[in-house]
Every structure is written in structure tokens, then in C-alpha cells.
Design a protein around this ligand. Structure first.
Ligand code: NAD
Length: 496
């Protein structure tokens, strides 16, 4: 397919295979291996990328260790580091259209979503943590009789990150901005499906004046590069965003080295709609939530719990909204939903639809494969709406596609019980005009995040984290996230 890409994007993609970024240098993998990155919108290969493995990870960790000791980054006054991070944020904004095009091409998401949300969010995250770091006290006196004592906080050293493919650069921002602002150095292993925007970001970091070795990116497969990074004894902190299955392996590897780990994992978010909610608004918002990023959003509303009295009205409107979703290639205008990220992901979504029905779920909207004219090789699926038992596989497991599962409930107690059955605990929402009830139910739901009369709410300064199968280690986006990257130490002298 002929794509109308920006000349800078064409130029970036022309340097095949795309190298990795270690110690401020662009380089091939030690073994010379590469892997293919595909456009999910048509299945074609966009790029070949250097496939890092254990020796490359080792080189990157050593470069990050060295930069921590010698580049001056760790010891710069916070406001001087903040100047560099602000410069980087400005460059992200300046290159917004270019980064958004790369992101849309790589993930399949509609271009306006990348331009309007993903990329500006990266700049906002960098600025938020740069500013916060300037105003965070590194020394605090401790008033205990008989001692002169204080707590001091400094960076840990090398922080390692493994990211998924659904919001590649946005999640890089959420992850590394607090680590860098605190004075740490970082090694990133991006998802093999979507490494491109993270690689481009390295050009911007270099231009902003981030010293060599402070930011290192080693693309590669999870089982090789990802596993080598998590198991490396030279890292001081690990942060992983992805599935609970891989999260467990990462935590095990870190446990062996006693490296503290942060896990941001999957979810099976619920939306609870009481009979006094605004049915039209909720039906529109939830159809939007389940098709946002083609349903590949960890915290989105995938279980819709609807009080009996509004069942018919809600299901009619939600189905009507889902039917109007325009599916197409992410870079084409006037689309609402792109493909899923890979053929593997498409098979996963279709497999769940099949298993759900085999276990007795009923299709209110059929979903299934979709074909987009001119992009026949793309990984498209239609939105689906199922109903049935809360024990159905589609009501329990994370599908990560545009598939929602709707269930009726009688009263508040039953709704809370249904939501809290899930082993996940990332995010839920409560929809009601009775704010007293909405607040009560919001607090009764077991998860890191409860939203009222909206779903998928993010703001810098509001912590975002999961519990149970959805994660551990403190989460992201909050002011405390910066402290997660500052090692506390008490300094004490007895007073004679
Ligand atoms: P995944 O767990 O398959 O992969 C995530 C990353 O881990 C990739 O970079 C992959 O290469 C790497 N990886 C795979 N095997 C590995 C191993 N053995 N050792 C080390 N690294 C390994 O997840 P995915 O399919 O890329 O992403 C989808 C999942 O991510 C969903 O469960 C979703 O809910 C979750 N997610 C969570 C959040 C959050 O903030 N809680 C945000 C986005 C995505």
C-alpha cells in the first residue's frame, strides 16, 4: 500500500535495519539479529529492527551504570535536570505529528488519538515529574531526642523498564519520567510489536541534552532481551507493564536478585450502571471505552453491569452505538477504530468469542473478523457484545479487544459482589445521579481506581495503580511515584 508518510518518518524508516540506542550510540545487535515490525492495518512489514539479546542488555546496563557514576546526571541539581526534561518535552511537542504518525502506523490506532492524546501526554508527563522533582525535599530532619537525624533521598542507579504495545510512547513517559527526574539512568526494552516511537524518542533525548548512557533502548523479544533485563544483577529497580503471566516471571527474576519491582498488569474493568444513570450518556461512553484503541486498554470497561429496569434501553443504545463504529486503517481519515495490533491478537480475540459462546454466552452483537477495502491484510475485528453467566470465560478473563460482556443486576449489594468477583483489580466505574450512592459503591469496589460517571480518567497527580492480578509496587502518575525512584536513607549522630 502507498502510504502518505511525512518525509521525516520515511527517512527514519529508511535506515533499515533500525539500530538500538546504547550509550548515546546507534548500534546493531551484537549477534546481528533483527526482527520484523508490521503495519497492523495491512499486515505489511514497515521495518526491520535490531533484535537485542543478553549481551546487548548487558552492554546497555553497563552503559547506564557508567552514566549513573560519571555523566553527572545523578548529581545535577534537580532544577538543572528539569531544564533538560522540559527541553525534551518541548521537542516531543514539536515532533508531535511525526511521533503520532509513527505510533499510528505501528499500533494501528487512529491518528487523531495519537496526535490528541498519546503524544501530548508524553510531554505532559515529562513536565509534571520535572517540576515535581524540583519541589521535592531530598533532606528532611527527624526530630527524635538524643539524636541529630535526617532522611536523605537520592536516585537508586539503573532502572529497567519493559513495556507493552498498546500505548508504547505514552507508557514510556509514565515509566521513565519520574525515574529520570529523580536522577536515575534507564534501560528500556520496548514491545517487539511496537518499538518505533521509543527509538525515535532517543533522537529527541539526545537533542535535548540527555547525556550518553542515561537513556538506553534495546529492542528485542520478551523471552530473550526482556528476560535478560529483568534478571540482570546490575539493575536497581525494575518496572514492568504487561500481562500478569509475564509479570510473574519478571517478579520471580527480580526476587532472585532482590531488586524492587513495580508491576502494572492487566484488568477486567467493570462499569456499574444504576437505574438513575443517564442511559444515553453511559451507552455512548461505554461504546467509546470498549472501542478505544480497539479495546486494547488495560483499564477499560469490559464488564457492563446494568440494573434490571434500564436493561432494554441501555442494551438497545449501546448496540446501536457499537454498530456505527467506523473501522479502518489508523492513518485514514474519518475512522473510529483501527485494527488490533497483530494477527496473534486478532486470533486471541476471535478465540475468546468462540469459547464464550461454547460456554453459553449469547451474542447481542456478533463481532468477528472485519475486512477493510484496500487493506485486506489488516488485523481488523468488529465490536462484539455478549451476555450470559458471570462465570463465562469472557466475563472473567482479559480479552484485550473490542468485546464487552453485559450482565443485569438487582441491587447495590449484588453489583458490588459481581464486580469484586474478579481476580483483577485495576479500574471500575459507577454510573448514577445519586452521588452519595455512587461514592459509596466506588469505595466498595476492590481496585486501584474507581471512577464516577466516566471511565478511563487519567491526570498527572492522580495515582494510577492496580491491585491483585492487576499489579503491585505503587503504580504510576502520582506524586509518590517520584519517591519510588528516590532511595531513602537515614543519617544519624548521637548527641552527647
Ligand atoms: P506481554 O506481557 O505479553 O508483554 C509485555 C512486554 O513483556 C513486551 O515487551 C514483551 O516483549 C515482554 N515480555 C514477554 N515475555 C517476557 C519474558 N519472559 N521476560 C521479560 N519480558 C517479556 O503483554 P502485551 O501483550 O504486550 O500487553 C498487554 C497486557 O499489558 C495486557 O494484559 C494489558 O492489560 C497490560 N497493560 C497494563 C497496563 C497498566 O498500566 N496496568 C497498561 C498497558 C497494558
Amino acid at each position: 500500500m502507498k502510504r502518505n508518510l511525512l518525509p521525516e518518518v520515511e527517512k527514519f524508516l529508511a535506515a533499515q535495519p533500525l539500530p538500538m540506542f546504547v550509550n548515546g550510540q546507534w548500534c546493531a545487535a551484537a549477534a546481528g539479529a533483527t526482527f520484523e515490525v508490521r503495519d497492523p492495518g495491512d499486515g505489511g512489514v514497515i521495518a526491520r529492527v535490531a533484535a537485542g539479546d543478553a549481551p546487548d542488555i548487558d552492554r546497555a546496563v553497563k552503559a547506564a551504570q557508567d552514566a549513573f557514576r560519571r555523566s553527572g546526571w545523578a548529581t545535577l541539581p534537580a532544577n538543572d535536570r528539569a531544564v533538560i526534561l522540559h527541553r525534551l518535552a518541548d521537542l516531543v511537542d514539536k515532533h508531535r505529528d511525526l511521533l503520532a504518525q509513527i505510533e499510528s502506523l505501528d499500533v494501528g490506532k487512529p491518528l487523531p488519538q495519537a496526535t490528541g492524546f498519546d503524544i501530548p501526554n508524553v510531554a505532559q508527563t515529562l513536565r509534571y515529574y520535572a517540576d515535581l522533582s524540583v519541589h521535592t525535599r531530598r533532606r528532611e530532619p527527624i526530630a527524635v531526642s538524643g539524636f541529630e537525624a535526617r532522611t536523605v533521598r537520592g536516585p537508586y542507579g539503573v532502572c529497567a523498564f519493559v513495556f507493552p504495545w498498546n500505548f508504547p510512547l505514552l507508557l514510556v513517559g509514565w515509566g521513565i519520567a519520574p525515574a529520570l527526574a529523580a536522577g536515575n539512568t534507564v534501560v528500556i526494552k520496548p514491545a517487539e510489536d511496537t518499538p518505533l516511537s521509543t527509538l525515535y524518542f532517543c533522537h529527541l533525548a539526545q537533542a535535548a541534552g540527555v547525556p550518553a548512557g542515561v537513556l538506553n533502548v534495546v529492542p528485542g523479544l520478551g523471552e530473550t532481551a526482556g528476560a535478560a533485563l529483568a534478571a540482570h544483577p546490575g539493575i536497581h529497580r525494575m518496572s514492568f507493564t504487561g500481562s500478569p503471566e509475564v509479570g510473574r516471571q519478571i517478579a520471580e527474576a527480580c526476587g532472585r536478585n532482590l531488586v524492587p519491582v513495580k508491576l502494572e498488569l492487566g484488568g477486567k474493568g467493570a462499569a456499574v450502571l444504576f437505574e438513575d444513570s443517564d442511559v444515553d450518556a453511559a451507552a455512548k461512553a461505554l461504546a467509546g471505552a470498549i472501542t478505544l484503541n480497539t479495546g486494547q486498554v488495560c483499564c477499560t470497561a469490559t464488564r457492563w453491569l446494568v440494573q434490571q429496569k434500564i436493561w432494554d434501553a441501555f442494551v438497545d443504545r449501546a448496540t446501536a452505538n457499537l454498530k456505527t463504529v467506523r473501522i479502518g486503517h489508523g492513518l485514514e481519515p474519518n475512522i473510529d477504530m483501527g485494527p488490533v495490533v497483530s494477527d496473534k491478537q486478532r486470533q486471541r480475540v476471535l478465540g475468546y468469542l468462540q469459547r464464550g459462546q461454547q460456554e453459553g454466552a449469547r451474542l447481542l452483537l456478533a463481532g468477528g473478523p472485519a475486512t477493510v477495502q484496500g487493506h485486506e491484510g489488516g488485523y481488523y475485528v468488529k465490536p462484539a457484545l455478549l451476555t450470559g453467566s458471570p462465570d463465562n470465560v469472557c466475563a472473567r478473563e482479559e480479552i484485550f479487544g473490542p468485546v464487552a460482556y453485559v450482565m443485569p443486576f438487582r441491587d447495590e449489594a449484588e453489583a458490588v459482589e459481581l464486580v469484586n468477583r474478579s481476580r483483577y483489580g485495576l479500574a471500575n466505574s459507577v454510573w448514577s445521579r445519586d452521588l452519595e450512592r455512587a461514592n459509596r459503591v466506588a469505595e466498595a469496589l476492590v481496585a486501584g481506581n474507581s471512577w464516577i460517571n466516566a471511565h478511563n480518567l487519567f491526570a498527572h497527580g492522580i495515582p494510577y495503580a492496580g491491585c491483585n492480578l492487576s499489579g503491585l509496587g505503587g503504580g504510576v502518575l502520582g506524586p509518590d511515584t517520584l519517591l519510588d525512584y528516590l532511595r531513602p536513607q537515614s543519617v544519624v549522630r548521637p548527641l552527647a
